[in-house]
Structures are given as C-alpha cells and as structure tokens.
Design a binder for this molecule. Structure first.
Ligand SMILES: [Zn+2]
Length: 549
C-alpha cells in the first residue's frame, strides 16, 4: 500500500553516534527537536534490564503515570522519536521531554510580574497555587504553590485555559503566532520548564493531574482507555461519570470549603476533561457545577445532570454556520472546505475555536461569573489544536492557524475579564506536547495493528483469537483469558517486543524509502510488564518508590 508521506521522507536526516540529533527539514529549514539515544539496536531483550537503562527522569514519569489496576499490561517506551501511529497520524504519549514540557502561565493583578522563569514546575502545581490564591487550605498533594498571595480578598474569578496538545514544542514551532500568550508570559508569571510529569502524557490523565494536584498513580485516571476493577477495559470518564477520579480536585474542595458559594463551571469538548473540574454533587457536600460539552454545531451542549448542571446558552448570533462561512473563505474559495477539509464536519479548524470562544464568553456572562467577592472557578479546554496535530501534523499550516485562533480567543477572554471582572487570574497551560511526523525526524511510526499480529504469530495464537484485547500508545492491554490458556505472560510479551524491529513492524513489501538500511533497528527503547514496575524501580533507584515520586 503506498504511503503518501513517503514523498517527504527524502528530506530526512538522521544523524547517529555521539548522542543522536534528529534534524527536521521543512522547506529547507533545519531544526533540532531533541537529542535522542545514539543506540538503536540492543543486545538484551530482558524487560528489567532494558527498562532500568532508561533515563531516571523518564522512569519517574512512567512510575507516576502507572496504576496497578488501571494501566496497560505491558508498558512500551518507543525509541525516540518513534511513536505509536502511522506515517500520517502521530501520537504524543511518552516520557520524553518534547511531549512532557508545557506552557504554564499565570496572569492577573495578584500574580507577580516575574516574567519567564526557569525553575522546575509541574501541571500539579496549579492545584497548590489555587489553594494559595483562594485562601482555602487544600489537602496536601504532590504539587507546590507558585504564588504567595498577600492579605486581602482572593481574586473574583480564576479561569484555567488548556490548549490541548500545545506543549512548548508546538509553541516553539509556531513562534510569533501567539502574541496574547506571549504578553501574558512577559507581564505575568511563566514557568518555562514546566512538565506534565507523568507518562502516558495524554488528555484525561494530565487534566486529572491539573485538577487534583497529583499524578495518575494516585488519582487513577491513567489514559483514554483503562482497565477497571471488574477487569473490563473502557474509556475514561465513561458516561460522563467522574467516579474514576479517586482524588478530589481543587474546585471540589474550594467549593465545599466556601459553602458552595463559588460558581464552578467548565466548557469543553469531551468528558476526558472532567478531571480538571471535579465531581460535582458526587462527593459529600458538593453541588451541581456547570458542565457544558460541545456536542454539535447548532449550539447544543450536553452534560450529566446526575452530578452537574447543564447550562443552556442563548447563543443568539453565535452560529457555527456563520463563523464557518468566514473561515471557509479565508483559503480563497467559498466551497465548504478550509484547506481541503470540510469546515463543519470535523472539530479541527479555526471556526470551531471561534465558536467555542463565543460560547465561553456567553457562558461566563450568563452564568454571572466574577460578579461578587466570592471566588469563582472556570475551566475550558480547546481540543482543536490536538486534533489537528494528530490528523495533519504539528508542523502543518492547519496547526499554525489553529494556534493563532486559540491565541485570539485568549485575547478575547482577557479583554472580557479586564472589562467585566477586574480582579481575576487566568492560568494557561497544556496537557502535553506533540510529535513531529516520522518523515520529518526519521522516527519510525509503530503500527499497532501489525504489532498485534506479530505478537499473536510469535506466540502461536490460534486463528480468531488474540493475546491483545486493546492496543494503546502506551502499550497493550492483554486478553487475560487467552494469555492464561496459552501460558503466555505479560513479561514474555514484553521480552518479545524488546527484540521487535522496524523490518518486522513494516507492513509493506519493501522498507520505505529512507529506512532501507534500518530494518534491524529496534522500535522500542523498552517494554516491561505492569507487574515488573517494582523490580524496574528497584534496579534503577534502589527502591520500588523512586525519589520524587
Ligand atoms: Zn490532550
């Protein structure tokens, strides 16, 4: 099967030896993304040995992201810059700096104008910082506070804005396209080296870390799919039920501490983002916070009335169709398409950003947020930037346009806060970075379907059965019944995957152009079983709980 992106592969330069450097070639401009390991073949396939050799910083992130019940049965760590996906579809789940490093920017009258600072920080620090800003004593968690508020009232409204998938590497790629965030960085407080701090670096997990101030090994939301106690694997926050989140969020606690007087609300796209908001009335003393999930282009919003309230917005002039027409015309032709993609059908263009931006202001206005002295909390996630990065690549013009549109929405929000609230704080962050397409870095896209077939073939699994129930970017969930019947363990599969090569994962008759001499390379830096975490950490840190965990 011809792979469209192969035409681009000629531009790849992969420099090996002495600390590999991956060069990007895009319109003749070379950029370095991150030094990767020089070694691309391994002599040992032993899971403990391979995992123990990973950088300690990466092991700590894997450990924090792992939950014994919920996580995949075999953790895989692609050899960077490899990723799970395809030549044209990237993923962003892993412990490497380029997907872990995110903007973390705070702005408002009560935020020190420190500008861009270099000090270690994590998305979990938002929790402790909100504790400081609201004056509510929150439960002790992993994060540390970034502010020291003086005496006087707390801000009237704290708005947390997440740009989904817009890590530092995406901001750097689209330098100059986010002037509003750049201003907030300079005039507020920006933690340049902030990370999400756990792997998988994936939407539901890191939104939950933001809300709870702790990591998935404690809050339990590990990924988009996870196993539950009854053994089934299902989606995060299925049925828009927050019960999977095992820790309360700062919004949960602030709301209860202040007798539910604070208004608390969220506007987002999917239930994946519930972890930054919280449990609504599901916890003792909680009330039904507002949850608005954008479900279509007619202004319709959904929620879950069991634990939350669903605001009804009077959108009036806010109509996606009108916005879409304008966006449609920006590529020079009014044909229902923007840069070749249908504008209305997919949540992946600037029209959807503007639509959400207008809904956001409407929801804040109508909800009366920031209108009295009791602090209110609001959350919004712009998903469009991540969808575009998956579908068209973080280096696509589409991504640049969407980052710019999301930045314009931030400008609109700050203007509204200045005009209507005055004493507010806005927090801007991201839930992970993104990955350059393989053709730009020389990485190998690990085809999960092929990997599954190869695992089954290696272990002589009968036709019609599979050892793997579900694949994920972080590793496979096993069909435990089949594994038991065949006497195959997760560690056996990890060992096989540690020897797995580009040639084996390649599903076309020949190795793609640029990879002809690379068939023997391993695709993974390490694979190890969920049950081997203790041994791996013991090997690397001399303790099953790494320092800093
Ligand atoms: Zn995300």
């Amino acid at each position: 099967m011809p792979i469209r992106a192969l035409a681009l592969a000629v531009a790849v330069a992969l420099v090996l030896g002495g600390g590999a450097i991956f060069l990007l070639r895009d319109d003749g401009a070379a950029r370095k993304i991150e030094g990767g390991p020089a070694k691309r073949t391994f002599s040992s396939n032993d899971p403990i040995e391979r995992a123990c050799a990973l950088p300690k910083e990466q092991l700590l992130r894997l450990w924090r992201g792992h939950h014994a019940v919920h996580s995949e049965d075999v953790t895989i760590v692609p050899l960077e810059p490899n990723y799970s996906g395809a030549f044209t579809v990237t993923s962003h789940s892993g412990p490497w700096g380029y997907v872990q490093t995110i903007p973390l920017v705070l702005y408002g009258d009560q935020i020190p104008s420190a500008g861009v600072v270099d000090k270690p920080a994590s998305i979990t620090d938002v929790y402790a910082t909100i504790g400081d800003l609201t004056g509510v004593e929150l439960e002790a968690r992993a994060g540390t506070q970034l502010t020291h508020r003086g005496p006087g009232p707390s801000p009237r409204l704290i708005v947390t804005v997440v740009w989904d998938g817009v890590g530092r590497n995406v901001l750097e790629r689209w330098q100059g396209r986010w002037p509003n965030l750049a201003r907030l960085e300079q005039e507020g407080l920006s933690l340049r080296d902030a990370t999400v701090g756990s792997s998988p670096s994936i939407t539901p997990a890191t939104h939950s870390s933001l809300g709870t101030g702790d990591f998935p090994y404690r809050h339990g939301v590990t990924a988009i799919d996870y196993r539950t106690k009854d053994g089934t694997v299902r989606g995060a926050f299925a049925g828009k039920n927050p019960a999977d989140l095992k820790l309360t969020t700062f919004a949960d606690q602030v709301d209860v501490a202040l007798q539910n007087e604070p208004l608390v609300g969220m506007l987002a796209w999917k239930s994946w983002h519930l972890g930054m908001l919280g449990h609504g009335s599901q916890i003792p003393g909680g009330d039904k916070d507002a949850v608005a999930l954008i479900s279509g282009h007619d202004g319709h919003l959904t929620g879950n009335d069991a634990y939350y309230s669903t605001p009804q917005l009077n959108l009036g002039s806010v109509r996606l169709d009108d916005i879409a027409d304008e966006v449609d015309r920006t590529d020079g032709e009014a044909d229902g398409f923007w840069r070749g993609h249908p504008v209305l059908e997919q949540h992946d263009n600037p029209a959807w950003v503007r639509y959400q931006s207008e809904m956001l202001i409407e929801m804040l206005e109508r909800g009366g947020y920031g209108t009295d002295d009791v602090v209110d909390l609001f959350f919004t996630n712009f998903k469009i930037s991540d969808i575009v990065a998956h579908q068209y690549g973080m280096d696509s013009d589409e991504e640049g346009d969407v980052v710019e549109a999301q930045d314009a929405a931030l400008g609109t929000l700050v203007d509204w806060l200045d005009a209507k609230v005055g004493d507010y704080v806005v927090v801007v962050t991201a839930d992970h970075g993104n990955t350059h397409r393989a053709a730009l870095t020389g990485g190998w896209p690990i085809l999960q379907g092929q990997l599954q077939e190869d695992v089954d073939a290696h272990f002589d699994v009968p036709d019609g059965e599979s050892l793997i129930e579900t694949t994920s970017a972080a590793g496979p969930f096993l069909d435990r019944k089949v594994a038991n019947e065949l006497g195959v363990t997760a560690a056996d599969i990890a060992e096989f995957l540690n020897g797995y090569t580009i040639a084996e994962n390649n599903n076309s008759p020949k190795l793609p152009k640029g990879y002809e001499d690379r068939g023997d390379e391993n695709v993974l830096a390490a694979a190890f079983a969920s049950g081997q975490y203790d041994e791996v950490m013991q090997c690397a840190f001399g303790s099953k709980n790494p320092p800093g965990g």
